[in-house]
Design a binder for this molecule. Structure first.
Ligand code: ACM
Ligand code: ZN
Length: 691
C-alpha cells in the first residue's frame, strides 16, 4: 500500500507535463481517470438550460433525480438540439467503450457536454460537474474549462448499512443514498436481519415484525449485556424499541436508489444470527424453543419452506441481481446434538457440521439461481464447499476472497482491517465508544482490493470493494453519519480511481472540502480538520538499554497476536491505538504475561516501564497485578515494584504505563502482568523499556 507514496512524487512530475495531477485545484471525489484543464470558464446561472437526448423511462428517471437538486439542475430537461450555452447530457453509443459507467465531460466557455454510453455514465458525469463548480458546494457559479475522461476501476462499489442493531428510518436511508451517489457508490447493502431486530415486513410471517422487530432496551449494548437481556417484546409494548420497513417503504428506497444508480442489495441472515426469527417462529430452532440458539435447524424441512417463502417476498421487492444470505458466524455446535440435523447428516453422508452449513447455502443458492438471482454471502460460505455460482464477500481478511477467485468465482473485498467503519477513526480517548480497533481515514484509503498474490487473470474476478458500518455501538443517527463520513469517501475513491491516481495528501485535501459540503448539507461527519491522529508513542522508535536484547517467555504469547514474535518487546516499536497493529503482543494462556529480558551484561538501570492497552469490547483489560523484579545472575531476583488494582470495566479504551524508577544493577529483568480473571483474560503490551 505504501508503495503508492513513493510512486506519487515521480508520477506527479510526469503528469505535470499533461496538465493533470493531484496538485491542481481539483475538488472531485473520487478522483477522475484523466483531467485536462483548459483556458477559460463556463458560467452556470440559475437559468442555464439543460438538454438531453435521453428518452422514455431513462429520461423520466433522470428528470426525477434532477428535481432533487437546486437550480439550474431542477429546470426543465429539454430535447437536445446541438444548441450551445447550456448543459447537455448526451447518450453516445460509441462512448460505451469505456464501460457501462464511463463518461466524458467537456467544459468550454460555450457550454458543458456530458457524453456517455449509458444513463449511469451521464449520472456520474453530472456528479463530477456538481463537484467542479466554483464556489465549491454551489450549483451556480463558474466551471473551469476542462476535458475529463472517466471510468471506474471496479464495477461494485458498496456500502453496508446495519439497520438491525439500531433501526434507521426510511428518511435516514434516503438521505445517505443522496451522499453515496454523489461519490459514485453504486451498491447499498442493507443488513436487514439479525438478532437485534428483523427489519422488513414479510406478509407470510407477520410475527417477524410483530415480535422480532422490537426489544425492551434502546441501546444495543444495554440489551445485549443488561437485565432481561436479548429478549424481544410485542410491538406496541410501552418502551418497545425497534421498527421495520414496510414493503411500501422498501419499494420507495429501491426506486429512490435506482434513480441515483444505486442497487439495493438485501441481506437475510442464515443459518446463524437469527435469534429474532427463532423467537418469533421457535419451531425453526433445533430445540423447537425460543431463546435457545441463533441458528436455524438445518435438519428441518420447515426451515427451507420458511427461507424460500421469505426470499420469494424479498426478490419481489428487490430487483438486484444479488441476494445476500449472510452465512457468517453460525455456531455449528447446536446442530451436533439435534436429532433432525444428525438425520440430515446421515442421509447426505456428511461427516462434519460445516457440511450442514454448506448444504443450506447450496440449497438456497439453487433456489435463488432458479429465480434468476445470484447468491452473495460472507466468506464463511466457502467452508464445507463453495456454492458453485456464489460471490464471496471477504471480511475476515483477504483469504476468503483469494480462495473464491482461485475457484473462478467473484469476490467483493471488505476486510475488517480496512473496511469496517465501526472502528475508531481517531484517538479512542477523543471518540464516542466504538467497536474497538483504529481505522483512520488514511488507512482506509491505503487499501488496494486486489491482493498482490493474484495473477492478472485472477484479479479480474475482484468485483470491488465495500465499506461496512455495523451499528452495535451506534444508537443515534448523527453518530452513524459521524462514523460513515468521510471514511466511506475513501472507499468510494478506492473503488473508482485507478491506483496510480491515488495520493493520500491530495485525497485528504479534497476530503476536508467534502466534509464542509456534508456539514453544509445537514450531515454530521467526523471533523477531519481536527483529527488527533496516531498514538504519539507509535510514531518514532524508542531507544533504550534493552533494545534488541533477547526475551525469554515464561508464559507464551498468543499466536494470533504474536506481533513480531520474540523480538516484539525489545524492538523499539510502540503500539498504535489498536492492539491488532503488529506492535502490541497479546497474552491469554494462563492469563498472564511473564517474561525475562536479558541485557546480556550487568548494567546500571534507573527505570523499567511497559504500557498496557484496555479495550473492553473484545475483553482486553489492563492487568490487575504487575510485578517487576531484577537479578544479576538470573537466579536470585529482587522485587522492584508491584501494583495491584481492580479492573475498571467502565473505561472502554485506555492505556496505562506500569513502571519502576530508582537505582539498581541488573542483567535480567522479569516483568509479570496478570489479567483480571473475572473478565476475559487478555493482556497486551508493546515494549519493555529499560533505561
Ligand atoms: C461479519 O462481520 N460478521 C460479517
Ligand atoms: Zn437441528
Amino acid at each position: 500500500m505504501y508503495r503508492i507514496k513513493h510512486i506519487i512524487p515521480i508520477l506527479g512530475l510526469l503528469l505535470l507535463g499533461w496538465g493533470c495531477n493531484q496538485e491542481t485545484d481539483v475538488k472531485v471525489i473520487p478522483y477522475p481517470q484523466s483531467i485536462t484543464e483548459e483556458e477559460g470558464y463556463f458560467p452556470i446561472k440559475e437559468n442555464t438550460p439543460l438538454y438531453t437526448n435521453l428518452q422514455g423511462e431513462e429520461k423520466s428517471r433522470m428528470a426525477a433525480y434532477l428535481q432533487s437538486l437546486p437550480a439550474p439542475f431542477n429546470g426543465e430537461l429539454q430535447e437536445e438540439t446541438g444548441a450551445e450555452g447550456g448543459i447537455t447530457l448526451k447518450i453516445t453509443p460509441t462512448a460505451q467503450e469505456g464501460g457501462d459507467e464511463s463518461y466524458a465531460l467537456n467544459i468550454n466557455p460555450k457550454g458543458v457536454v456530458i457524453e456517455a454510453g449509458t444513463s449511469a455514465g451521464l449520472f456520474y458525469g453530472l456528479q463530477t460537474l456538481l463537484q467542479w463548480i466554483e464556489p465549491a458546494g454551489q450549483t451556480t457559479g463558474t466551471v473551469r474549462a476542462a476535458t475529463i475522461q472517466d471510468a471506474p476501476r471496479f464495477a461494485y462499489r458498496g456500502f453496508m448499512m446495519d439497520v438491525s442493531r439500531h433501526f434507521r428510518s426510511k428518511e435516514f436511508v434516503l438521505k445517505q443514498i443522496d451522499a453515496l451517489a454523489r461519490y459514485k457508490i453504486n451498491r447499498l447493502h442493507l443488513h436487514l436481519t439479525d438478532a437485534a431486530g428483523w427489519r422488513i415486513e414479510i406478509k407470510q410471517y407477520p410475527r417477524l415484525t410483530e415480535l422480532g422487530a422490537w426489544r425492551p432496551a434502546e441501546r444495543w449494548k444495554d440489551w445485549w449485556q443488561g437485565e432481561g437481556k436479548r429478549q424481544y417484546c410485542e410491538a406496541g409494548t410501552p418502551g418497545a424499541y425497534g421498527g421495520y420497513y414496510t414493503q411500501e417503504d422498501i419499494r420507495e428506497i429501491v426506486a429512490y436508489a435506482a434513480e441515483r444508480h444505486i442497487t439495493v442489495i438485501p441481506e437475510i441472515e442464515m443459518p446463524g444470527h437469527s435469534e429474532e426469527v427463532l423467537a418469533a417462529y421457535p419451531t425453526l430452532a433445533c430445540s423447537g424453543k425460543p431463546y435457545t440458539s441463533g441458528e436455524f435447524c438445518i435438519g428441518n424441512e420447515e426451515t427451507f419452506t420458511f427461507l424460500e417463502n421469505v426470499l420469494t417476498e424479498v426478490m419481489a421487492l428487490f430487483p438486484s441481481e444479488y441476494i445476500h444470505i449472510g452465512g457468517d458466524e453460525a455456531n455449528r455446535r447446536v446442530w451436533e446434538s439435534c436429532p433432525k440435523c444428525r438425520a440430515r447428516m446421515e442421509q447426505e453422508g456428511m461427516k462434519e457440521t460445516s457440511e450442514l452449513q454448506s448444504y443450506l447455502i447450496h440449497r438456497i443458492e439453487g433456489f435463488l439461481n432458479a429465480h434468476g438471482r445470484q447468491l452473495l454471502g460472507w466468506d464463511e460460505i466457502i467452508e464445507g464447499g463453495l456454492a458453485p455460482n456464489a460471490t464471496v464477500m471477504s471480511w475476515r481478511g483477504e483469504e476468503g476472497g483469494i480462495k473464491a477467485v482461485r475457484a473462478g468465482q467473484k469476490t467483493v473485498m471488505t476486510p475488517g482491517a480496512y473496511c469496517y467503519l465501526d472502528t475508531y477513526q481517531d484517538a479512542p480517548l477523543t471518540q464516542p465508544e466504538a467497536m474497538g480497533g483504529y481505522l483512520p481515514l488514511e488507512k482506509v484509503y491505503s487499501y488496494d482490493p486486489v491482493p498482490q498474490e493474484l495473477t492478472a487473470e485472477e484479479s479480474r474476478l475482484v468485483y470491488g470493494i465495500q465499506g461496512n458500518l455495523w451499528a452495535e455501538y451506534i444508537p443515534g443517527d448523527e453518530q452513524y453519519e459521524y462514523m460513515m463520513y468521510p471514511r466511506i469517501l475513501a472507499i468510494a475513491e478506492t473503488g473508482w480511481s485507478q491506483p496510480e491516481r491515488k495520493d493520500y495528501p491530495g485525497f485528504h485535501a479534497r476530503a476536508l472540502q467534502a466534509v464542509e459540503w456534508l456539514q453544509a448539507n445537514g450531515y454530521h461527519p467526523f471533523d477531519l480538520k481536527n483529527e488527533a491522529g496516531r498514538r504519539p508513542e507509535a510514531l518514532t522508535p524508542v531507544a533504550h538499554k534493552a533494545l534488541g536484547k533477547p526475551v525469554v517467555y515464561n508464559a507464551p504469547y498468543n499466536a494470533t497476536y504474536a506481533a513480531q514474535g520474540e523480538k516484539t518487546l525489545t524492538d523499539g516499536l510502540r503500539g498504535d491505538w489498536t492492539y491488532s497493529d503488529g506492535a502490541w503482543q497479546g497474552f491469554i494462556s494462563s492469563q498472564r504475561m511473564d517474561v525475562v529480558v536479558d541485557l546480556e551484561e550487568v548494567a546500571d538501570i534507573h527505570s523499567i516501564e511497559a504500557d498496557f492497552i484496555q479495550v473492553t469490547g473484545p475483553e482486553v483489560y489492563l492487568p490487575c497485578e504487575v510485578v517487576i523484579s531484577a537479578s544479576e545472575d538470573g537466579k536470585a531476583y529482587t522485587e522492584l515494584a508491584r501494583y495491584t488494582q481492580d479492573v475498571d470495566r467502565n473505561q472502554p479504551v485506555c492505556f496505562k504505563t506500569y513502571g519502576w524508577q530508582g537505582d539498581a544493577k541488573a542483567r535480567y529483568i522479569r516483568y509479570e502482568a496478570r489479567s483480571g480473571q473475572q473478565y476475559g483474560g487478555w493482556v497486551f503490551t508493546d515494549e519493555i523499556i529499560v533505561k
